[in-house]
Ligand binder design. Structure first.
Ligand code: TXA
Ligand code: MG
Length: 331
């Protein structure tokens, strides 16, 4: 892959930082990650400290090449092999039985490991320099808040807790990877994400049920997550104007995320969003961050239909709208 001199320098800095035990903001096609060398226990612990993330939530290991799957898994079921072949590099994470390469600090002591080969050219270039090492990386936001889709979002969230941010521009997918648990040999969808469920099912020729599992600890599946500071209300195109008027009557400043050009009360900030599921996914987190920066009290959103990336967008919106834990803020 051709990279410019400045990109080469940035890649060298990122590589050196990771080899020395530092934390790097990693651009991927889904969201930015907060990366550490997965073989360096102390460095991985720094990720949990920087994010304020409970140690019981396992991390995804990012690899430069699908051929590394066999080194990180103790067993590769047929479904995992098929999905890796079809969709790596790409916005798909596979959960498989772990090999000895996967440290307890990365897997939270579980006997499985989550693996992904991202498609972003800078991420791939960096991961290929580091191979056979893998890179543990959760999304580079404070635990529970909105995921970052630009290098600036990472700096805004983590400041000096990240040693270097590799700037790969705005993320092209915009929501996290789809997570499929293959560890039992039967595929289960743990988190809808940047790869639509229809594509998985087409390639596997079987249904991939969405499981809301209590036994697997997936932090992105906790009810309140991805939450902006503003309140978030979900509605339909039909009920939109009334929802807005009601909030405004209570004195709130209201912004609307909705497709097209809906009729709205005056003084409503409308962000045209969600004309199709792919563009809704790409811009969701950035729009929520921008509205927070403007001090909006309530965001009223009209989710896209379920097909393709719509399932992931609806999942993120639902969690962002869920009742917040107390005390609110960093966790
Ligand atoms: O797109 C993405 O997946 C981004 C980019 C940076 O790659 N990463 C990301 O990481 O979203 P994070 O940590 O925010 O979400 C990863 C999810 C977590 O909810 C975690 O619990 C789950 O993956 N996970 C990790 N290992 C697992 C395992 N062994 N079994 C089940 N879930 C696992
Ligand atoms: Mg996350």
């Amino acid at each position: 892959m051709p990279v410019s001199t400045t990109e080469t320098e940035a890649l060298e800095t990122a590589e050196r930082t990771l080899r020395l035990g530092g934390l790097v903001g990693l651009p991927t096609e889904t969201v930015y990650g907060l990366a550490a060398n997965a073989a360096d226990e102390a460095a991985v612990r720094r990720i949990f400290a920087a994010k304020g993330r409970p140690a019981t939530h396992p991390l995804i290991v990012h690899l430069g090449d699908a051929a590394q799957l066999d080194a990180w898994a103790s067993e590769v079921p047929e479904v995992a092999r098929t999905l890796a072949l079809a969709f790596w590099p790409g916005p798909l994470t596979l959960v498989v039985k772990r090999s000895r390469l996967a440290l307890d600090v990365v897997t939270a002591g579980q006997d499985t490991v989550a693996l992904r080969v991202p498609a972003h050219p800078l991420a791939r270039a960096l991961l290929q320099r580091l191979a056979p090492l893998g890179v543990a990386a959760p999304s580079a936001n404070r635990h529970g808040s909105v995921s970052p889709t630009t290098a600036q979002h990472v700096r805004d969230d983590l400041g000096r807790d990240v040693d270097f941010v590799l700037d790969g521009g705005a993320c092209s997918v915009g929501v996290e990877s789809t997570i499929v648990d293959c560890s039992s040999g039967t595929p289960r969808l743990l988190r809808p994400g940047g790869l639509g469920r229809e594509a998985l099912e087409r390639v596997l020729g079987q249904p991939v049920p969405l499981v809301e599992s209590a036994e697997v600890r997936v932090s992105g599946t906790m009810e309140s997550h991805y939450a902006p500071r503003a309140g978030l209300v979900l509605t339909t195109a039909e009920a939109l104007a009334d929802e807005v008027a009601q909030r405004q009557a209570w004195g709130a400043t209201v912004a609307v995320l909705a497709p097209g050009t809906p009729a709205l009360p005056p003084n409503t900030k409308h962000v045209r969003w969600g004309d199709d599921a792919e563009s809704a996914a790409r811009t969701l987190f950035a729009e929520l961050r921008a509205l927070d920066a403007q001090g909006i009290d309530v965001v009223v959103a009209v989710p896209p239909p379920e097909g393709g990336l719509g399932l992931a967008v609806r999942d993120r919106l639902r969690r962002a709208a869920a009742p917040r834990p107390k005390p609110p803020g960093a966790s």
